[in-house]
Ligand binder design. Structure first.
Ligand SMILES: [Zn+2]
Length: 405
């Protein structure tokens, strides 16, 4: 699935950013500083007015304090059908912070330097949404044969939180699109699967003692490290497991420990240690089986701890779950994606996205968007003119699938 794309099968790049259909909209969306912790309502309201002026119906779903919203947009087909079939173009509106990053430009002003466009969100992932929205007048001019939807979400960057409410609302209203294209940066390669992810925190409570009297204490740091080392063993086992999928960029399941905190001073046997870990798993590796193994190992350490102090413990908190999805590119939307890319290549990726949430709610999904994940979340985030041109070529071909003429 990872065979290299023939590079010249898409339209030639326009010479200038200003020649892109979506350039003005990209500039407009980048100018809204929609960092995940802040409100996205100004952007949402701006887009809502834009699409309603073009004849769309819209639905908002808010977060608890109503500072953020998802926007679901529907352009009905010419025959009035607004719910059956059709395609969802999906993007998150939030961006990661710029705090502490050495930017050479105003992050919230799209800035052209040669063949690159800089700005927070130009890659991850406002350009895809902007280009899709900019093509609506063209889609409408040619007449929609089936509904066209946009799903713009909040709080993707902090765990695909917001879109869950949008999807629940769409399902409750009986809207049943053929599929969903999520414009996360894939270099405009068609991605038909991503791994699932589950994360936990482990809290180890030991027993403090003077470090000259270690047998009278329970060293929480060492207990935690024992469990961490055991997770490392599991990681090695997945790495050499017979069942892998070479279509993924990382072809095996990967447990990982990312944070550990413990102890207060070298001369104190530490009382507390906390670490956080995750597993990014292939569809056939069950994250709960992995977790049960970790828990079993942790519990095997308890008798020796509690012989010193019955108040010691090892506890786990579940932090997050993001399902994966993988249908090997068998869906209708994968067919459409291949046609719009004029390529049979398909890829599978290890990073999570909203795709699985749509997919598991009965809206088969693919991921395909301009820019590369390596350029996301970086200072001076950028996207190339060539990538944006490819995205526009994709939209032109999409018109053949959603339009009458
Ligand atoms: Zn993203």
């Amino acid at each position: 699935m990872n065979a290299p794309d023939s590079p010249c099968n898409l339209s030639p790049s326009p010479a200038r950013f200003e020649d892109l259909v979506g350039f003005e909209l990209i500039r407009r969306l980048v100018a809204f500083p929609t960092v995940s912790r802040d409100s996205n309502l100004e952007l949402i309201e701006w887009v809502r007015e834009y699409v309603e002026d073009l004849g769309a119906t819209t639905a908002l779903t808010f977060n608890d304090d109503r500072r953020k919203a998802n926007l679901f947009v529907t352009f009905a087909a010419q025959d009035g059908n607004a719910t059956r079939g059709g395609i969802v173009l999906s993007g998150h509106t939030d961006v990661v912070p710029v705090d502490g990053q050495p930017w050479d430009f105003n992050p919230f002003e799209a800035t052209i330097v040669g063949q690159r466009l800089h700005g927070r969100g130009v890659t991850d992932m406002k350009s895809f949404s902007a280009i899709g929205l900019a093509f609506v007048p063209e889609f409408l001019r040619r007449g929609l044969a089936r509904p066209l939807h946009f799903a713009l979400s909040y709080d993707e960057e902090i765990g695909c939180i917001g879109v869950r409410r949008l999807i629940a609302d769409v399902v409750a209203k009986g809207t049943a699109p053929t599929g969903c294209i999520i414009g996360e940066p894939t270099g405009m390669q068609l991605v038909v699967a991503h791994k699932g992810k589950k994360a936990w925190r482990c809290r180890v409570r030991g027993h403090e003692a003077h470090s000259s009297l270690t047998p009278q204490g329970v060293n929480a740091v060492q207990i935690a490290c024992d469990i961490v080392a055991w997770i490392g063993e599991r990681a090695r086992a997945y790495r050499v497991a017979r069942r892998q999928d070479p279509a993924y960029d990382v072809p095996f399941t990967t447990p990982h420990v990312g944070v550990i905190r413990g102890g207060t001073a070298l001369n104190i046997v530490p009382r507390d240690c906390v670490f956080e870990f995750e597993i990014r798993h292939l569809p056939f590796d069950d994250p709960d089986v992995f977790f049960a193994d970790v828990e079993r190992h942790a519990h095997s350490l308890l008798p020796a701890m509690q012989a010193v102090d019955p108040a010691t413990f090892i506890e786990f908190d579940h932090l997050s779950t993001l399902p994966g999805f993988d249908d090997d590119g068998e869906s209708r939307i994968a067919d459409i994606g291949r046609a719009c890319n004029e390529s049979h290549n398909m890829h599978k990726v290890s990073f999570g996205a909203e795709a699985a949430l749509f997919h598991n709610a009965g809206m088969p999904a693919v991921i395909c968007g301009p820019g590369h994940i390596q350029q996301a979340h970086q200072p001076n985030e950028w996207v190339s003119l060539e990538q944006l041109a490819r995205c526009e070529a994709f939209m032109r071909r999409l018109a053949e699938h959603v339009c009458v003429a």
